[in-house]
Write a protein that binds this ligand. Structure first.
Ligand SMILES: *[C@@H]1O[C@H](CO)[C@@H](O)[C@H](O)[C@H]1NC(C)=O
Ligand SMILES: *[C@@H]1O[C@H](CO)[C@@H](O)[C@H](O)[C@H]1NC(C)=O
Ligand SMILES: *[C@@H]1O[C@H](CO)[C@@H](O)[C@H](O)[C@H]1NC(C)=O
Ligand SMILES: *[C@@H]1O[C@H](CO)[C@@H](O)[C@H](O)[C@H]1NC(C)=O
Ligand SMILES: *[C@@H]1O[C@H](CO)[C@@H](O)[C@H](O)[C@H]1NC(C)=O
Ligand SMILES: *[C@@H]1O[C@H](CO)[C@@H](O)[C@H](O)[C@H]1NC(C)=O
Ligand SMILES: *[C@@H]1O[C@H](CO)[C@@H](O)[C@H](O)[C@H]1NC(C)=O
Ligand SMILES: *[C@@H]1O[C@H](CO)[C@@H](O)[C@H](O)[C@H]1NC(C)=O
Ligand SMILES: *[C@@H]1O[C@H](CO)[C@@H](O)[C@H](O)[C@H]1NC(C)=O
Ligand SMILES: *[C@@H]1O[C@H](CO)[C@@H](O)[C@H](O)[C@H]1NC(C)=O
Length: 411
């Protein structure tokens, strides 16, 4: 615990059993902490699941399992621990659906764009790290390559879904994806950051990987629309969304800020910088990073220097199952951004080191793989669950991005 004491310059007691040991200067220690946390995370895996689901009490949404598998792909690549490879492959295969785009029949009727894109991130990550492919399926209508279910083909299929939906959704607000793509779902009249930021990130990652200008243009188009409508603010704040119900036309913005929203845009900008070397994207990446720092770090009383937190729900104790996981997305994509935009490295490292140490201190519930929610409290806060463990795993393993293999490009 000496790290925490030094960082905060304060003395406090860590309650519960022993906290997770973590020395952020030691790759082996980081790796071991990540291994402990994957075991905790895997405790939530439902072995009887038919759709690659982790399991939690209701309300429990499918997207979060996509986030879990994506984190386990990063874990596998960062540590070379192959424990979860076949389960990851099985989970993704079960969730692909008949068009190989993560629109499985099990989710029909209530899957939204943001649910889908969190599974697409798994395919994109697998694509970038040459993660072991699924047994090849070929379909006559496949135009991407010879396997319809290659990680790349799957990401392209989803990208094309988003393009089609954007076109349908452009009757309002001059563009933008709606949250839901099913007109009878209640999120049909909302254009939100997690969906559009997810599409932006998907296009940007495909642009960097393939060099195909279609993706570059789309990423730019989505970014421009997001700025034009005010979804992304003048200070690079990423707001939650805007209604496009009868007449609203995105004229009024829901100014809530959640960490996973800025995360999606931050990584999209970083991938665009890597794809284009255009300094505009580097400037945008820095703007989003500074915005993330000013909103999501320091704790509610600015008493936990550089420690990540979720201001909308942690101080009030109102985080739901989804929201408890969001910090993991921010950590993961800050880390990837730092790999892609070298000028962000020092800032990202400082923020992630402090946050990971604090998160490890909060992983001292029943065991050192039972993590709490509020890292800024300096110990386990009694608030445990899948999202909390996922976020802790992601912030800890994100420190390994510095030794991760380079992300591949299409050869
Ligand atoms: C952390 O790891 C570094 C590098 O291995 C080592 O020099 C240092 O002594 C370690 N710190 C603690 C507190 O164990
Ligand atoms: C899986 O299904 C079997 C047989 O129905 C049951 O005995 C077991 O408890 C289930 N396991 C979980 C984790 O749900
Ligand atoms: C993982 O394995 C590769 C290939 O053997 C090696 O180059 C790399 O250093 C290993 N990484 C870790 C974190 O052990
Ligand atoms: C492609 O073919 C498969 C069957 O091989 C079919 O299920 C799927 O709907 C087709 N996708 C498109 C986009 O036409
Ligand atoms: C896919 O195509 C490559 C070359 O284009 C070929 O070497 C490989 O055998 C093909 N794989 C399958 C499963 O058809
Ligand atoms: C809705 O917003 C878009 C983009 O801001 C604008 O181009 C369009 O004219 C607006 N439509 C109406 C009916 O106000
Ligand atoms: C570029 O991407 C678009 C969209 O997925 C696709 O239609 C087109 O065939 C791709 N072009 C090349 C040369 O691969
Ligand atoms: C995006 O906006 C920039 C700056 O206004 C402009 O130069 C560019 O053409 C726009 N690109 C797209 C694809 O909309
Ligand atoms: C984050 O922002 C705060 C001010 O809000 C600043 O003091 C701190 O140095 C920043 N952290 C990093 C790592 O740049
Ligand atoms: C910071 O303040 C919060 C709320 O005021 C408190 O719960 C937390 O324990 C404090 N953290 C530290 C490290 O002192």
């Amino acid at each position: 615990m000496t790290g925490l004491v030094l960082l905060f310059g304060l003395l406090f007691t860590v309650c519960g059993a022993g906290a997770l040991h973590l020395n952020v200067s030691d790759q082996e220690s980081i790796s071991q902490a990540a291994t402990t946390l994957t075991k905790g995370l895997y405790g939530y895996h439902n072995v009887n699941s038919t759709a690659g689901q982790f399991d939690q009490p209701q309300p429990w949404f499918w997207w979060l399992s996509g986030a879990g598998w994506t984190a386990l792909i990063d874990y596998t690549v960062y540590t070379n621990d192959t424990t979860y490879v076949s389960d990851i492959q099985a989970a993704l295969a079960q969730s692909l659906g008949p068009s190989f785009d993560f629109v499985p029949p099990q989710q029909a009727g209530w899957e939204a764009n943001d649910d889908q894109v969190y599974w697409v991130y798994a395919a994109l990550t697998a694509m970038e790290y040459d993660f072991p492919a699924l047994p090849c399926v070929t379909a006559a209508n496949n135009t991407i390559g010879n396997c319809t279910n290659s990680w790349y083909a799957v990401a392209v299929h989803a990208f094309e879904d988003f393009v089609t939906r954007w076109s349908i959704d452009s009757e309002t607000c001059g563009g933008g994806l709606k949250w839901q793509y099913n007109p009878s779902a209640s999120g049909w009249y909302y254009k939100n950051a997690v969906s559009n930021g997810g599409f932006f990130q998907t296009a940007a990652r495909l642009a960097r990987y393939s060099g195909n200008q279609t993706y570059t243009l789309w990423a730019t188009n989505i970014w421009n629309w997001s700025v034009r409508t005010g979804l992304v603010g003048d200070g690079y704040q990423v707001f939650d969304g805007m209604s496009d119900a009868e007449g609203a036309n995105c004229s009024s913005i829901n100014h809530d800020q959640w960490s996973y929203n800025v995360a999606a845009y931050l990584s999209g900008a970083a991938y665009m910088y890597a794809a284009t070397a255009d300094p505009t994207w580097e400037t945008i990446t820095h703007g989003l990073l500074a915005s993330a720092n000013s909103t999501f770090f320091g704790g509610p009383s600015s008493n936990a220097t550089d420690v990540m937190f979720e201001p909308k729900c942690e101080p009030s104790g109102s985080c739901n199952t989804d929201q408890a996981s969001f910090k993991g997305s921010l950590a993961t994509w800050m880390a990837k951004a730092s790999a892609l935009v070298p000028s962000t490295r020092l800032t990202v490292k400082a923020l992630l080191d402090s946050s990971a140490v604090a998160a490890a201190g909060a992983c001292s519930g029943l065991d050192s793989d039972t993590c709490g929610l509020r890292w800024y409290e300096g110990g386990f806060d009694g608030n445990a669950g899948f999202g909390q463990t996922l976020a802790a795993l992601e912030v800890v393993q994100s420190l390994l991005v510095t030794t991760a293999p380079e992300m591949a490009v299409l050869s």
